[in-house]
Each structure stands twice: as structure tokens, then as C-alpha cells.
Design a protein around this ligand. Structure first.
Ligand code: GDG
Length: 475
């Protein structure tokens, strides 16, 4: 019998895995998107757990009832944390996304270290803590997720909660030199040290965190032996590990096998006869390296003229954080590049870049994954990058090549069979596109087989179990 058979799993994250839309006075609840949701949803459904988070609306009337109505479909229950617009602006767009997000992705020059944001961060974390206290029991396994909620454990302990508390960071943890730029650096570290288990995506993230603790909290004792490190802080013992997140491999594979998917990649087959598809799928975000990828693609068309009319880049960009001016500028930059490249190279029967800016229907997504000969994924920095794993899971014919940035967490496990690129090296991306294009079928198949085997084994359920085991063990 596993621990979770007798303990309810409670996940806490900034957003609930839903989107509430109001149209003509009617409220509809739809599935949310993003890596955290893709990974955690199957886990919580399997465990019939409970999810606490902001519901995506400032309205608080009847939300509880509406969420209760969909719990049969989701397979788990949900508890909203109500926030005002001002709170959300300063906590989410402000502290989380103008400070922590760029800093933790090594882009410190994009940070706005505004003190008001910090105050909002603390008060919203306190609100989350209050909701957790009101809606959990001592028998729950409380697992808090991501950079928005690093202060919650401090608030929970202050309020006297004695449950075991675990935390997982979905984004990278930066090197000590970069982390030290944060004005609230010691405070954040000491907040994290209130958890019993802290999980990171990669060994490098874990190492960076331990180095920051050593440098900035000298009274803490760090014992970094074995796969799970230990920190003694005051009388408290904290375990620190790396747990590379993954996907429900089988579910993606099964979805890609459905007959509806086979017929799906409709217009490419009709208009791009003879051209191979390079797939790009990214949330609109400056960390995802979308302009860099396009420049690499353009360079490939310049330097390898034989690729013209033989490859097309299908770049799907999923709208994200659309209220932020930096994201609007990024969108404009991408669209400028698409039009320049298409303007320069297009022929009547061939368009170099097919660009979509919208959310995708799941079946379209599976169809693109299954049918694209190459996936080009070039983040400047990424905690893991699930798109790379989904592409392999859906590539059931084993005829696809994965090109992956060395700065994605996923590269640490997939680097032996993916083609690895430095996203800042435009010519390197171009050369790698060419290498993928001319790769012999035997090699394509061998590499994809290995990638699929690895992801099938290291799937999301294994991730869950290794995290829970680490939390319970007495290392
Ligand atoms: C964060 C970290 C880490 C894409 N388009 C649609 C859609 N998607 C789904 C994909 C995939 C997810 O969004 C994107 O996941 P990533 O992992 O690539 O990136 P982030 O959203 O930045 O995720 C990341 C992850 O957390 C998990 O820890 O890997 O490093 O940044 O699953 O399939 N989903 C829907 N419609 C779309 O149009 N529903």
C-alpha cells in the first residue's frame, strides 16, 4: 500500500488548471494550458486529490459551486483562492513575472526590483496559506508548486500548521552570482528552508540552490552527499533533491494513435508537397528563444540553398501573459521576422514559415507532433521543457528528429539522442537543421527509439513516486 492510498494529495499552485470564460452572461469552465498543468493533472486525477489555486477570475460569487460541478469531469476537487485585481497585478505580473521569472532564467537585466511587488508577494502568499489551513486536514500531503509561492511555508508554520510540507520548483534555480542580485535573497532562502523537502528539475538547479544557501545563510549546515542532500537549519532538517518532471507518456502515445489524428495535418500535406516540416511550439515568452530559432532557420536557407522548397518551419505560438508590454514587443519581433523571411524566400508553391498565434485544439497538437519530421526547440533557459518529451511520445512512426537547446532541463537526459544546439549560435542552429535534414532513416529511427524508451520509463508517475519516496525516507 502506498502512502498516498491513506493520505490525500493536495497540490497548491498559483493557478487552478482551468480557465473561466464568460460569454453572453454564461460561464464556461475550460482546461488551462502550460507545462505545470500538463504534468500535474494526470497525477491528481489518478490520486483523486485536491487542487488549491487562483481560479483565473476576480469574481468570487458562486465560484466554489461552479468548481464543485466540474469535479466529476476533472477527477479531483478544487478550492479557489480569491484575489483582488491589484493583488494579482503586483504579486503575479509584478514580483513573480518581472522579478523571479527573468532572474531565475539568467536574464537579470529584465528584472524590475520594485519594493511594492515584494509586499504584495508576502500578502498573497499569506492568503494562500490561510486557504490551505481552512481546507486541509492533518492527514493531507501538502505539496506547494513553483516560484509564486516560495513564502507560503513560513506563513503556514507561523499559523501553527504541522503537516509535512513539500515544494517543487518548475523553473531553473540560477547560479549564486545571479541569485545574489535579488534584494530579498536571504529572506527567500530562509522561506524555502521551512519546507521538509525541496525539489528541483535538474542536478544543476539543486547545486545552484545549495551554493546559494552556503553563501547567504552561513548558519545553515549543508550535507551534499548522495542523491538527496540535507540541510540543517536551526533545529529543522530539510531534504533537497532533483526530480526531472515528465509527461504521461502512454496517454500521449495513445492519443497520437487515434485515427482522427492521422488525417489531421491537413493543409501542409496539400500545399507543401515534398517539403519536410520543422515544428516549433512555444508559449509566447522571451525565455523560449523564438526569434533565435527563426534567425537560425533563415541562416539555414541562406547557407544551404538545397533546403529551399524542401523544408518549412511551422511555428505555433501560444498566447501567454498578453497584458505585459515586453510580451507584446516580443510578438511584434516574431511577426517582423516571419514576414521578412517569407518575403525573402517564398515561392508560389512554398512558404518557408507557417506562423500561428493562438491556442491549439489537442488533436491538432498531437497531429503536428506525430507528423513533423523535425522538432526545433531552442529555449535560452527552460526548467525542463515538456514539448520536447511530448513530441517524442507522439512520434509513433519513429521518423522524427529532435533538435533541443542545451539550456533546457530536458537536455540533461535527452542529449545523447537529440541533436543539441546552443540557441545563441545562429550558424550552429542552421548546421543542425541541415544535419537533421540529411540524416539517414536508420539513424533517425535509432535515436527516436532511444528517446522514446527513456521518456516512457521516466514518466510522470515515476516522478511522483520518487518525490513522495524522498519525502518519506530518512536519508
Ligand atoms: C513550465 C516550465 C517545465 C502548448 N500549446 C497548447 C498547450 N500546450 C502545452 C504543451 C505543454 C505545455 O503547454 C508547455 O510546457 P513546457 O514545459 O514546454 O513549458 P512551460 O509552460 O513554460 O512550463 C517548464 C514545466 O513548467 C513543467 O515543470 O517543463 O520548463 O517553464 O504541455 O503541450 N496546451 C493546450 N493548448 C495549447 O494550445 N491545452
Amino acid at each position: 500500500m502506498s502512502y498516498l492510498d491513506s493520505h490525500r494529495l493536495v497540490i497548491v499552485s498559483n493557478r487552478l488548471p482551468i480557465q473561466i470564460k464568460k460569454q453572453n452572461g454564461k460561464t464556461t469552465i475550460m482546461r488551462g494550458s502550460g507545462g505545470l498543468i500538463t504534468a500535474l493533472e494526470p497525477v491528481l486525477r489518478q490520486q483523486h486529490g485536491h487542487w488549491i489555486g487562483w481560479p483565473g477570475t476576480y469574481e468570487s460569487i458562486d465560484i466554489e459551486d461552479k468548481l464543485a460541478n466540474v469535479s466529476e469531469q476533472t477527477g479531483f476537487t478544487m478550492q479557489p483562492v480569491h484575489l483582488t485585481e491589484e493583488e494579482f497585478q503586483n504579486f503575479y505580473y509584478g514580483f513573480s513575472n518581472e522579478i523571479i521569472w527573468p532572474l531565475f532564467h539568467d536574464l537579470q537585466t529584465r528584472c524590475n526590483f520594485i519594493p511594492v511587488y515584494w509586499k504584495a508577494y508576502l500578502s498573497v502568499n499569506e492568503k494562500f496559506a490561510q486557504t490551505i489551513i481552512e481546507h486541509t486536514t492533518e492527514n493531507d500531503f501538502i505539496w506547494i508548486h513553483d516560484y509564486h509561492l516560495m513564502n507560503t511555508a513560513t506563513q503556514l508554520r507561523k499559523a501553527g500548521l504541522s503537516n509535512r510540507l513539500a515544494f517543487f520548483l518548475h523553473i531553473p534555480f540560477p547560479s549564486v552570482d545571479i541569485f545574489t542580485k535579488l534584494p530579498w535573497r536571504e529572506k527567500i532562502l530562509k522561506d524555502l528552508l521551512q519546507f521538509e523537502l525541496i525539489g528541483f528539475q535538474t542536478r544543476k538547479d539543486k547545486r545552484n540552490f545549495l551554493s546559494s544557501v552556503k553563501a547567504l545563510v552561513p548558519e545553515a549546515k549543508v550535507i551534499a552527499k548522495g542523491s538527496i542532500a540535507k540541510i540543517i537549519y536551526k533545529t529543522h532538517e530539510i531534504k533537497v533533491g532533483n526530480f526531472p518532471i515528465s509527461i504521461d507518456f502512454k496517454a500521449f502515445e495513445e492519443a497520437a494513435k487515434k485515427s482522427i489524428i492521422v488525417d489531421e495535418p491537413w493543409y501542409l500535406n496539400n500545399t507543401q508537397i515534398g517539403a519536410k516540416t520543422i515544428l516549433g511550439l512555444d508559449r509566447l515568452d522571451y525565455t523560449k528563444g523564438i526569434p533565435e530559432k527563426m534567425k537560425g532557420f533563415r541562416n539555414a536557407l541562406y547557407r544551404y540553398p538545397e533546403l529551399r522548397k524542401k523544408i518549412s518551419l511551422v511555428q505555433l505560438v501560444i498566447p501567454s501573459r498578453s497584458g505585459v508590454s515586453e510580451y507584446k514587443e516580443l510578438k511584434a519581433e516574431i511577426e517582423q521576422l516571419v514576414s521578412e523571411i517569407n518575403g525573402e524566400f517564398a515561392e508560389p508553391e512554398w512558404i518557408p514559415i507557417h506562423y500561428h498565434y493562438r491556442s491549439l485544439d489537442r488533436n491538432n497538437l498531437y497531429a503536428f507532433y506525430r507528423s513533423s519530421e523535425i522538432a526545433l526547440i531552442t529555449p535560452l533557459r527552460d526548467g525542463m521543457n515538456l514539448v520536447s518529451k511530448e513530441y517524442c511520445a507522439c512520434n509513433i512512426n519513429k521518423d522524427g528528429v529532435l533538435i533541443l537547446s542545451e539550456f533546457a532541463g530536458a537536455a540533461s537526459k535527452l542529449k545523447y539522442d537529440a541533436l543539441i544546439v546552443n540557441p545563441y549560435d545562429i550558424e550552429g542552429i542552421a548546421d543542425t537543421i541541415y544535419q537533421a535534414f540529411i540524416m539517414e532513416q536508420g539513424e533517425v529511427e535509432r535515436r527516436m527509439k532511444n528517446l522514446r524508451k527513456k521518456i516512457r520509463k521516466h514518466n510522470i508517475y515515476r516522478w511522483l513516486n520518487s518525490f513522495i519516496d524522498a519525502s518519506l525516507s530518512n536519508h
